[in-house]
Design a protein around this ligand. Structure first.
Ligand SMILES: [Zn+2]
Length: 490
């Protein structure tokens, strides 16, 4: 007997349709899977067998061959357990072949027959369109994000068999519960003082400028960076779907199966592997931190401690907004368009030039600086020196401005910039004294041609934040001060 069941497998953040063909014949009992299965798929034999037995169906003592088509696509993960089990039940006559018509199946099986979570359900749901998709109950809301109305769910294989035999109805889809995500975003009002750092965040958020903060321990770099995502506008629906899709493919828990509509904040540790940063893996390619940060913030604390290979790997996403990951399993392109925020100490001892307490030798200092390549430094429009907050400001105990107020200015500035496009950046007028200031910096060698371009961009953002149409001397001065940290590290 031959049966054929529709399913899908995950390749990066994209789903690929897979047809599971099951052939059962007389002969020596056995179970073979062909068609580029990975280790998890090969192991499905044991899970499928135990789950079928747990569901009260006898295991056929016959020769079972599973073919996963198309044969050129690698199949990863345990999500093919369920279609394999269903195909087997059809092939041995436990289910009528008409019972699975118009349906696709994705789900991992527990030994007790429970249907378990599979990562990447959004992409899998896409790939099985237009068939109705049957998924584990816990994945139903995630799948329904993109396939509302054509998702069915069951909690166990036994329940599913009963439904497919027409003995019972599909259970109700789990309802959405109240979302409480807003509470988890830290607020800028927690930050006391730190006028320079706060302003840098605002300018970075308004103009999508990559930001490097340089300061001694205790200068609040991490605390500031963690509050940047809260200044960005909520994601547009299409961006929210992209972000949710990537988190789904990475196996991250989604808040109650809802779309992630807040810009993500990712802060990988400098000891994290390059693969976890950029994505990949030996077989099934998974998105990395740079992709999980898409449409949000990637924060690299202690930038100078990241291995050179990790920093080099950031180049493509910073230039193109995507990352291509090549492995034996093929090449996959993930989105990777993030706002980069980095922090570092001014020198190995951390005290740097601001506190006058640096104990580093000139050699160790220059070695520290050389860790950051010029091309990487050039990615930062804003390089801001920070010092420890003034004790008087801390003791005054005045709360800082709230994130919501800053976010409102950011949204207004972004709207101004968007209304100006499309058109050359220079469509924003520059006042004569501001031009003169830039020209003098260029002549004195304080600014390179590339630096000039960056300062103009930042000054334009400052003007947008001020609601002014012409870039003034003051705007250019502030833009110059927001890259003053470059002298510390370059
Ligand atoms: Zn030092």
């Amino acid at each position: 007997m031959l049966a054929s069941v529709a399913s899908a497998t995950l390749s990066g953040a994209v789903g690929r349709a897979v047809t599971v063909e099951v052939h059962v014949s007389n002969g020596l009992p056995g179970f073979t899977i062909v068609g580029l299965p990975d280790a998890a798929v090969r192991e499905s034999r044991d899970r499928v067998r135990a789950a079928v037995l747990s569901s009260g169906v006898p295991w056929p003592l016959r020769r079972i061959t599973i073919n996963l088509a198309p044969s050129g696509v690698r199949k990863g993960g345990a999500g093919l357990d369920l279609p394999i089990a269903i195909g087997l039940l059809v092939a041995v006559g436990e289910l009528g072949p008409d019972r699975t018509e118009g349906l696709a199946f994705c789900g991992e099986l527990g030994l007790n027959g429970a249907l378990r979570h599979v990562p990447g359900m959004i992409a899998l749901a896409d790939a099985t369109s237009p068939l109705a998709l049957v998924v584990p109950l816990c994945d139903a809301r995630e799948a329904a994000l993109v396939r509302a109305g054509v998702v069915h769910a069951a909690a166990t294989l036994e329940e599913l068999i009963g439904i497919l035999r027409g003995q019972s109805e599909w259970p109700e889809m789990p309802a959405a519960s109240a979302v409480t995500r807003a509470a988890s975003v830290p607020d800028l009002s927690d930050v006391r003082g730190q006028a320079v750092g706060r302003r840098a965040l605002e300018v970075a958020a308004a103009g999508r400028h990559h930001l490097l903060m340089i300061g001694p321990p205790g200068s609040g770099k991490t605390m500031l960076a963690e509050r940047l995502a809260g200044l960005l506008p909520l994601l547009a629906p299409s961006d929210a779907l992209t972000v949710t899709r990537i988190h789904s493919a990475a196996g991250c828990a989604l808040p109650d199966g809802a779309l992630l509509d807040r810009p993500p904040f990712r802060a990988p540790h400098h000891q994290a592997s390059v693969v976890s940063l950029v994505g990949g893996g030996s077989w099934s390619l998974r998105p990395g931190e740079v992709s999980l940060a898409t449409h949000g913030v990637l924060f690299l604390d202690e930038l100078g401690e990241f291995p050179v290979a990790a920093l080099e790997a950031l180049r493509q996403p910073l230039e193109e907004g995507v990352i291509r990951v090549s492995r034996a399993g093929g090449t996959v392109t993930f989105p990777a368009a993030f706002l980069l925020v980095a922090a570092m100490n001014p020198c190995p001892c951390g005290e740097g030039v601001y506190e006058g307490a640096c104990t580093c030798t000139p050699a160790s200092r220059s070695r520290y600086r050389r860790r950051l390549s010029a091309p990487l430094l050039d990615r930062f429009d804003l390089i801001v020196p920070l010092s420890r907050p003034d004790p008087d400001e801390l003791l005054a105990g005045r709360a800082g401005e709230r994130s919501a107020a800053v976010a409102a200015r950011v949204a207004t500035a972004r709207a101004r910039a968007a209304a100006r496009r499309p058109g050359p950046e220079s469509s924003q007028g520059v006042a004569p004294d501001a031009e003169a200031l830039l020209a003098s910096k260029l002549r004195s060698g304080d600014l390179s041609a590339r630096g000039l371009h960056k300062v103009k961009r930042v000054a334009t953002t400052v003007a947008d934040l001020a609601g002014e149409d012409v870039v003034s001397f003051a705007h250019v001065s502030e833009a110059l001060s927001l890259r003053a940290g470059r002298a510390v590290v370059a």
